[in-house]
Design a protein around this ligand. Structure first.
Ligand SMILES: [Cu+2]
Length: 358
């Protein structure tokens, strides 16, 4: 990597330093770069205290300076450790593309809901409700006009149902118990079948006891390709980012930082990001270093794409954005409700990185 490391001494913003230099170290080759950085980081901590001495005066006379410094060092150590660990390995990967079985021309998918243990970040195992043992459930990707059949088997101890969020399909297939169908009881299988009416970035999720069931992981991406994609959809990297904030904490695709998946592209490539919010809060998604061009909302092409670097994604919404990767480096990409992304112990939750390799 030929990424230039910023000098920490040029910046008075320690958080900016941690975000830029430590993230850049990841792009440059995790361990080697981090080991080289360690002595420098120690120097930074020492220098910042002496800066305070010069500017504040009172700090120099304060008898607790050594312990304040060690507390700062300890905080920085935790922050650095989190960044060094990224992207951390955990067991289980969600949003894996599910290949259909073609049965007499119908794309047929089997989804089984069951209770599992799910690792959201290293060592953090939570109880989850999952389709096919994944959070998010497997990705279903079809083309408009396809005939699809989805067999939902319920291995939970409570009833469930699947709603196809965003798809304008016949009423009986809408998946809302007591409005369009009876609930699918434990041990039973229900068959959904419809012709995919339009393209776009959509979702599927439970619509029964949904605060719990969706919060526990019964959700997935349902992507519909247009028969004739628009020019803006021609991309090099196509990344689904499911946001959630339920029982598993603040997650992207079922994982919390440092176990979130980085988005990796080469300089000059185009990255499509498909934001989907399956949580209960708005998450303003902020990308450092480059802007996003938002071109679709809830799967529908916008009449005029717009540019931004911070995109509010409300519960149930989907946005499609493209990033022209013009700026090399490792760029923080996170929810800007800061308690969703960083604590005194370092970055957590809704943080990942866009890595543009030069
Ligand atoms: Cu957030």
């Amino acid at each position: 990597m030929s990424v230039k490391l910023p000098s920490p001494f040029d910046s008075t913003d320690r958080r900016a330093f941690i975000k830029t230099s430590a993230f850049t170290a990841i792009a440059g080759g995790l361990l080697a770069a981090c080991e080289k950085e360690s002595p420098k980081s120690a120097t930074v901590a020492t220098k910042s205290v002496s800066d305070s001495d010069q500017s504040g005066g009172a700090m120099a006379a304060h008898p607790t300076v050594p312990s304040a410094q060690s507390a700062a060092d300890e905080m920085d150590r935790m922050h650095e450790a989190g960044i060094k660990a990224f992207p951390a390995k955990t067991s289980g990967v969600g949003n894996q593309l599910l290949a259909p079985k073609i049965v007499a021309g119908v794309k047929t998918y089997e989804l089984t809901a069951s209770k599992i243990q799910w690792e959201t970040s290293p060592g953090v195992k939570v109880e989850a409700f999952a389709y096919n043992g994944q959070v998010p459930g497997p990705q279903i990707r079809v083309t408009e006009g396809d005939r699809v059949r989805i067999l939902l088997t319920n291995n939970l101890s409570e009833s469930t149902a699947i709603h196809f969020h965003g798809l304008e399909i016949p009423n009986a297939m809408d998946g809302v118990p007591y409005i369009t169908q009876p609930p699918v009881k434990p041990g039973k299988t229900f068959t959904y079948e419809f012709t995919v009416p339009h393209s776009g970035t959509h979702m599927y999720h439970s619509h029964h006891n949904s605060t719990k069931q969706v919060g526990m992981g019964l959700l997935g991406a349902f992507l519909v390709d247009a028969k004739q994609p628009e020019a803006i959809e021609k991309v090099d990297v196509d990344h689904v980012m499911v946001l959630n904030d339920g029982f598993h904490g603040y997650t992207f695709n079922g994982k919390s930082f440092p176990a979130t998946e980085p988005i990796v592209a080469k300089l000059g490539q185009r990255v499509r990001i498909r934001f989907m919010n399956e949580g209960m809060m708005i998450h303003p998604m902020h990308l450092h270093g480059m802007h996003m061009t938002v071109f679709a909302k809830d799967g529908w092409m916008l009449p005029a794409p717009y540019r931004c670097d911070t995109l509010n994604v409300a519960p149930g919404e989907r946005y499609d954005a493209v990033v022209n990767c013009t700026n090399p480096g490792t760029w923080a990409f996170h929810c800007h409700i800061l308690p969703h992304a960083e604590s005194e112990r370092g970055m957590m939750g809704m943080v990942t990185a866009l890595i543009v390799q030069s």
